[in-house]
Design a protein around this ligand. Structure first.
Ligand code: C5P
Length: 249
């Protein structure tokens, strides 16, 4: 993907080395208090936290500032999707938060992604990641939106579009990560949700899932894990098990 100087200067652009550099815990929680309680439990184990729509709409930029002040890296998963001018403005509006990564939907199109990439061109701005096909969507769900191709074909199409627009990272499911890695090469930052332990009873609302070890073996750069940690009886134990699985992969 693109190799703008901004990316090479960014912490998330370095080759992730330790398991803690490869695990992002999704703080899908309704309040800053609930989020910080969980962060306290995971302190010393986890380095990256994802602030998504639920927490951001409830608590705003202050959550991101708090996590940054405590030395954590923040993945701001706002999945921007609007006309190019509006998305570029949104990118500028959140650029001051100190988040390391920010998402937008690749299905917003090349012009939208290009406008976002231009708005995020300063080194201190978050690195942009294009979300391809949501991991909750099956082939049937995708077909119902008017895309008859299998998810992998659509993910690869959107990955190419993102690359052309100058977006330097991609979010896809573990089931497409090998094909995307082959398409985009070793330097691409591939961030993978839809991770479920082999022992999980179900996959919640996720459709295209795999284990952490499988995702890493297929070429994932970083994994995003929410409920397997946040809803576990012992979140720290669940996180430690995932970190061990990443290390062994
Ligand atoms: O709880 P779970 O591990 O399923 O959470 C996955 C996280 O990854 C959620 O916060 C979700 O918003 C995010 N995500 C996803 N699929 C995408 C992009 C992001 O599940 N394609």
């Amino acid at each position: 993907m693109d190799s703008a100087p901004a990316d090479t200067a960014h912490p998330s652009a370095q080759a992730p080395l330790s398991p803690a550099d490869r695990l992002i815990v999704a703080l899908d929680l309704p309040s800053a208090t609930a989020a910080f309680d969980l962060v306290d439990e995971l302190q010393g184990l986890c380095r990256w936290f994802k602030v998504g729509m639920e927490l951001y709409y409830a608590a705003g930029n202050s959550v991101v500032h708090h996590l940054r002040d405590r030395g954590f890296e923040v993945f701001l998963d706002l999945k921007l999707h609007d006309i190019p001018n509006t998305v570029a403005g949104a990118v500028r509006s959140v650029s001051c938060t100190g988040a390391s990564m920010l998402t937008l939907h690749a299905s917003g199109g090349e012009k939208m992604m290009r406008a976002a990439a231009q708005a995020a061109s300063r080194p201190e701005f978050p690195r942009l990641l294009a979300v391809s096909v949501l991991t909750s969507m099956s082939a049937d769900d995708l077909a119902a939106t008017g895309v008859p191709d299998p998810p992998e074909a659509q993910v690869l199409r959107l990955a190419k579009l993102a690359q052309q627009a100058g977006i330097s990272g991609l979010v896809c499911s573990p089931q497409e990560v090998a094909a995307v890695r082959q398409l985009l090469g070793p330097a691409a930052l591939l961030v993978i949700p839809g991770v479920r332990p082999a022992s999980a009873a179900g996959s919640d609302d996720q459709a295209r899932v795999a284990t952490a070890a499988e995702a890493i073996a297929c070429g994932a750069s970083m994994l995003v894990v929410g409920r397997p940690i946040t809803q576990a009886p012992d979140p720290a134990k669940a996180a430690a098990a995932l970190l061990a699985e990443i290390a062994s992969a």
